[in-house]
Ligand binder design. Sequence first.
Ligand code: TRP
Length: 345
Amino acid sequence: MTRVFSGVKPTGHLTLGNYLGAIRQWAAVDQHRSDALFCVVDLHALTVDHDPARVRRLSRQAATLLLAAGLDPQLCTLFVQSHVDEHARLSYVLECVATDGEMRRMIQYKEKAARERERGGSVRLSLLTYPVLMAADILAYGTDEVPVGDDQTQHVELARDLAVRFNQRYGHTFVVPKATRPPVASRVMNLQDPMSKMGKSDDSGSGIVYLLDEPDVVRKKVMRAVTDSGRDVVYDPEGRPGVANLLEILAACTGGNPGALGGVYESYGALKKDTADAVVEVLKPVQARHKELCADPVYVEGVLRDGAEKARAMARPTVDAAYRAIGLLEPSSDPVAEPVLNAAR
Ligand code: TRP
C-alpha cells in the first residue's frame, strides 16, 4: 500500500487554507486509500522566534483539530514529531549528505531569512537546516507520497535528492518520495491580500479564516474580503485574484467548479454572502467535534501516545539501517558487555 506522510507545523492556529488545501483531503481520501502518517511537526516550530507555552498549546490544538477534521486513528497514524526520536536522529545523518549551497538555495529560507534580517533579528541555524529535518520526517517512514501545497514542493524535491544521493553512495536505504497535490483550492489566498497564501503564521488575522473562528467572525472576514475593480463576477485568477479566490473557496466548500460558478453571480456582494455561508457550513461539524474532543483530553493524549509508538516502530528500522550504511558502529546488544567493561577498569 502507498505510504503517505504529511505534517502540520504548530506556528499558528489552523486556517481554512490548511483545511481546504490539505487536511480535508487527508481525511476524505488519503487515510482510506493509503497507509498514512500525519504529524504535528513541533520541532519545525522552533526555527523562528517562538513562545514555548504557545507552541505547546498549538501542538495540542493542531492534533485535536486533525481528529476533529476526521482523521481516524484506526485508519492512519497521528502523532507529534518530538515524541519520536528518529526524526532528529535521521536529520543529522542527512545533514551529512546535504550541502550548504543546496540549503541556501531554498526559496523559503531565502525569504524568511531576508525578512528576519530586515527586522534586525537573527536567523536561527535551524531555519537553514529545516528542510533536512523535513526530509528526515519523510524518509524515515519509507514515504511514497507527500501531499503538500506548492510552497513545499521544493522541500520535497530536496528529500528526493537526498534519498537518491544517500542510496547511491551508501547503498539502497530510502524510498524516493514524490509530492502530490489536491485537485481544488490547493492554495487558498489571504482575503485581504489575494496575491499571498492564507498562511497560519501571518501576523494580521483579518484576511485569514481560522478553523475555530465563530460564524459571525467568518462572515465578517469574508464580507470584507478585497475584491477587484470591475463589477461582473468572472473567474480570472490573473486579472481578478480577489474574486477568483472567493470563487475557489466557494467551489471547494460546495464541490462546484470556480469557472462555472463565476457565471452564476450578478454581484460581488451575492458571491461573498454565499461564500461566507458555505464556509460556515463546512466549519460547523469540525468545530462541534473539536469541542467534544477538548472535553476529553485523556482520549486525545492516548491517541498521540499510541500514534508515537506506532510511528517509532515504523521509523526505527530505516533509521538504524541508515546509521549502519553511513558508517556508524552498531551498538552491541550483548547483555554481558557491562561486566567486560568493569573488568577492563
Ligand atoms: N514544512 C511543512 C510546512 O511548513 C511542514 C512539514 C514538516 C512537512 N515536515 C513535513 C510536510 C513532512 C510534509 C512532510 O507546511
